[in-house]
Structure formats: structure tokens, C-alpha cells
Design a protein around this ligand. Structure first.
Ligand SMILES: [Zn+2]
Length: 491
């Protein structure tokens, strides 16, 4: 008994020492004025909300690369000046889309949306698929164009419609069909919603050299049931889809990537990814005061500052493991920077042993840091210790807020098996205080509590140090959906 007590006491002593070291190390570099000046610059009107792509985003990229350089963080993997180019495309609707059946025009401009398909003209036999009663698996789909009637009477809600659409598209692509046309009943209750959502221009990753996507996916509203009447349920004729005019415009923005090599001979081959997106949503609808710049101080200038401050700290006092710092582009456009980083990774994925991400929409409790995903990770006491050392408590969300795990860049790493969490400023759940600033022009530096923000950033830096120095790697809990993928990745 005595022996056990002594061992316990001794271990406690060591832990305390290491946490104290970390605390002192953090205090050395986390300068409040510097932290404030980073947030002030990244969220300033000069950067005009850092839309992807924009001049403001480039100014933020220059600033971050300059900061890395001054701090002694290294550019690596052959990237020029810390930049990993991310190729993107701006996708608009084609100028014209025409659907013909047996040579007869079946569509009215303004009543269809084109979701995919590069080939300017396809021509093929048609097959009708009724998802309520049919089974596509035993039908001959190759080189056919599949038509699905979206009937009002099926009474599917938008979520069910999306699921159905994705499922049919997957089957059709697998079977080498030429295309899929979803024909919505005239005055279908959800048509206008679909139309306004999908006819908008959007930004995506440029995958043109990986696959030339010739599969046409079109949604069309069947005005006066013209299509249903002509094509019917057992079509015998040929259908064509013709598109013309510009659809894609390519451009490049950058992930800003820096590395600090670890000090341990063995552990330096393992990398902790420390990530934060530096883009935001740009300029938009003005608020009541006439302000139209969406500054994104919370989302995500605080995250950028926390990452830069942590990078400066680790460059000065390196940890046992190496740390890979990534400021990600295009998060607001659909996690594009992280998707590209993983797809074109300069480093074997199995060498990235953890992803500590920071992102947030706003805070409504300045006594906590919200660590989304903490509950999924073993040895998660690290986060409690880090926050406690800086006068904060950890909140790992309610069951309702776990969806946030799937809504920031961390998820892209996790899907590959890499354990991850996202540090968010004290968020207890949606309320007025969050809505007031979330993706609004009022998300400005002047509305921040810097006393709190600094505690948050230090807790983040503290966690990073502890994870990068820890003898044991942090990993998924056994019951987690990513546990098996992780096991495979690191086997
Ligand atoms: Zn964000």
C-alpha cells in the first residue's frame, strides 16, 4: 500500500512539473499586444472579409507567411514561401442547356439546372427509373440517359429527395450511364428551392486533370408536363442534352504551410497537424448600419491568431514531435483547402498522428473553451489541464452540438483516420449572442473580449505542446466511428 502510494505521489510530481514547464514556456511568448495586433489585422476592413478568392485573402496569406518567417517556422516540402497552391474553379451555369427528345425541344430556359457533365452534346436511349417500385440493379444502364420523375404525389421531403438523388447518381455512374435527368412535376413544392440553390455560381476544387467528368446531371421542371407526355413511361426514342457557353473558370489560392521539426530522434518523425482556416465570406448584404464587410474576427481571425502564436512558441521551444502548421483556404466554400491538402498531401498521411484544429462562430461563455470532439479521444485530460492552467474550463459540447465536428476542417483529417478535435471559443449552444455575430458584418475586433481571447489562445497552444510532447499518442476511443480507419492508417 505504501509502495503504491509512493508511486502515485511520484507520478503526480512529474506530471505537475511537466505542466508547469509548459505553462512557463507559454508565458514566454504569448504576448497580449501581439495577439491583439494579429486579430486586428486579419479582421480589418482592409482585408474585406477574406473571401476566396480575393485580394484580402492574399494579404492575409502574405501576413501569415511573413509571420512564420520571422518566428523561425520553416517552409517545407518544396513549397515556395510557405504556399501550397490550391487549384479551384468557379462554376456557373452554362449559357444554354437544351434537352431534346426525338428532335423536339423539351425544356424552357430558366427551368433547368446543370449539375455536372463536360461533354457539350450527348445523345442516347432513355430509361425511366421509378425509385418507389423499381430496382436499377438488374437494368441495362450503360450508355443510357436515366430519367427519374420527381412526383408531387411521392411527398418526399428535401432530405429524402437529396438522398434519393445521390443514390441514383452513384448507381448510374457505376454503371457508366451517360446522364441523369430529374424531372420535377410542374409546380412541385420544392422546385424553386432547388432552382435557386443549384443555379447559383459556386466554387469547387479543380479536378480537371484527374477526371474529365462527362456524366450529365440535370434537374428540370416539367412545365405543362411536356416531358412526361412526350417521353412517357416506356420511351422508344433518343434524347439529347446540349450545353454551350462558359461554365468553369480556374484560379489558385493557397494553403499556408509551415513546419517546426521535433527534438526527439524517434518522435520527430510523427507530425501533429495544427490547423485553422484563414478565409471568411467577404463582402455581402449590408447590416442596418450600412456595414457590408464581413470581418470574421471570431470566424476565424481568433483561430489564425491562436495558430500563429502557437507556431511562434513552438519554433522557440520545439516539442518532441514535429508540428505541421496549416492555415487553410476556402473553408467557407466547403472545406476546400483541407480537402486539397489531404488529397495532395506532401507528407504520408500515417505520419500525421493528430489534428488540432481551431475554428469558431462566436462565444457566449467566457469561462470555457469548447473542444469539439474531446469526448471521442482517449487521454483527453490533456485538454482539461491546458484550459485549467489558463483559468478556463473545458466544455466538449452537448449531444446537440456534436454536428459541429463534421462542419470544420478537422473532419477531412478524421475521415482518413487521423484523430482530431476543434478548439472553439466558449460556445454553449445557439443563442442570440451567437446569432448576433455569426457570419455578420458585426463580427469585428472591437466586439471581442481580449482578456478572454488570450486565455483561449494560450489553452490552445498549451494543448498543442502537451500533445506534441506526450509519451502516448492520443487516439480514438474504441467505440468511435473512425477507430477502425485510424487503426488501418497507422498499422
Ligand atoms: Zn469558420
Amino acid at each position: 500500500m505504501n509502495h503504491i502510494w509512493l508511486t502515485g505521489c511520484f507520478l503526480f510530481f512529474i506530471n505537475t512539473l511537466s505542466a508547469q514547464d509548459t505553462d512557463q514556456t507559454i508565458e514566454q511568448t504569448f504576448n497580449p499586444e501581439k495577439a491583439r495586433s494579429i486579430v486586428e489585422f486579419i479582421a480589418s476592413d482592409k482585408l474585406k472579409g477574406r473571401d476566396t478568392p480575393s485580394e484580402g485573402l492574399e494579404l492575409a496569406a502574405d501576413y501569415a507567411a511573413g509571420f512564420f518567417e520571422n518566428a523561425g517556422v520553416h517552409s517545407a516540402f518544396g513549397f515556395e514561401n510557405y504556399r501550397q497552391p490550391v487549384r479551384m474553379v468557379y462554376k456557373g451555369q452554362p449559357e444554354e442547356i437544351i434537352i431534346k427528345y426525338q428532335g423536339q425541344i423539351m425544356s424552357i430556359p430558366g427551368n433547368l439546372v446543370h449539375l455536372s457533365g463536360a461533354d457539350p452534346l450527348i445523345n442516347s436511349k432513355v430509361i425511366i427509373y421509378d425509385p418507389q417500385s423499381d430496382n436499377l440493379e438488374n437494368r441495362e444502364l450503360e450508355n443510357k440517359i436515366i430519367i427519374v420523375y420527381i412526383n408531387k404525389s411521392d411527398q418526399l421531403n428535401p432530405r429524402e429527395l437529396n438522398e434519393q438523388s445521390r443514390k441514383i447518381e452513384r448507381m448510374a455512374r457505376d454503371a457508366n450511364s451517360k446522364g441523369l435527368i430529374e424531372v420535377f412535376d410542374d409546380n412541385h413544392p420544392y422546385w424553386s428551392r432547388y432552382y435557386s440553390y443549384y443555379s447559383r455560381s459556386r466554387i469547387d476544387l479543380d479536378q480537371s486533370d484527374e477526371n474529365n467528368d462527362d456524366f450529365h446531371h440535370v434537374l428540370v421542371q416539367d412545365i405543362n408536363s411536356v416531358i412526361k407526355t412526350a417521353v412517357g413511361m416506356e420511351p422508344a426514342g433518343e434524347l439529347s442534352i446540349e450545353i454551350s457557353g462558359p461554365r468553369e473558370e480556374q484560379f489558385v489560392t493557397n494553403n499556408i504551410v509551415g513546419v517546426v521539426e521535433g527534438t526527439d530522434r524517434i518522435l520527430k518523425n510523427e507530425f501533429i497537424v495544427c490547423s485553422a482556416h484563414y478565409d471568411h465570406v467577404g463582402i455581402g448584404k449590408p447590416d442596418a448600419s450600412g456595414d457590408s464587410i464581413y470581418n470574421g474576427a471570431r470566424d476565424n481571425a481568433i483561430g489564425v491568431m491562436s495558430l500563429l502564436m502557437a507556431a511562434e512558441n513552438i519554433a522557440k521551444y520545439p516539442t518532441k514531435r514535429s508540428v505541421l502548421f496549416i492555415l487553410l483556404t476556402g473553408e467557407e466554400k466547403g472545406l476546400l483547402g483541407s480537402k486539397w491538402f489531404i488529397r495532395q498531401s506532401p507528407l504520408d498521411l500515417s505520419k500525421m498522428v493528430f489534428c488540432l484544429n481551431t475554428d469558431g462562430g462566436g462565444y457566449n461563455d467566457t469561462t470555457i473553451a469548447t473542444v469539439i470532439g474531446k469526448r471521442r479521444i482517449v487521454s483527453n485530460q490533456i485538454f482539461d489541464n491546458a484550459c485549467e492552467a489558463n483559468g478556463l474550463e473545458v466544455f466538449d459540447g452537448t449531444d446537440d452540438t456534436q454536428f459541429l465536428f463534421n462542419n470544420s476542417d478537422n473532419i477531412i483529417f478524421s475521415q482518413k483516420g487521423i484523430p482530431s478535435v476543434t478548439f472553439s471559443v466558449g460556445f454553449r449552444g445557439m443563442n442570440e449572442e451567437i446569432i448576433k455575430h455569426y457570419h455578420q458584418p458585426s463580427d469585428e475586433t472591437e466586439t471581442l473580449n481580449f482578456n478572454y481571447i488570450l486565455k483561449f489562445a494560450k489553452s490552445f497552444g498549451f494543448s498543442l505542446r502537451e500533445i506534441a510532447n506526450s509519451d502516448k499518442r492520443l487516439f480514438w476511443k474504441e467505440e468511435d466511428e473512425f477507430y477502425d480507419t485510424g487503426k488501418q492508417l497507422y498499422q
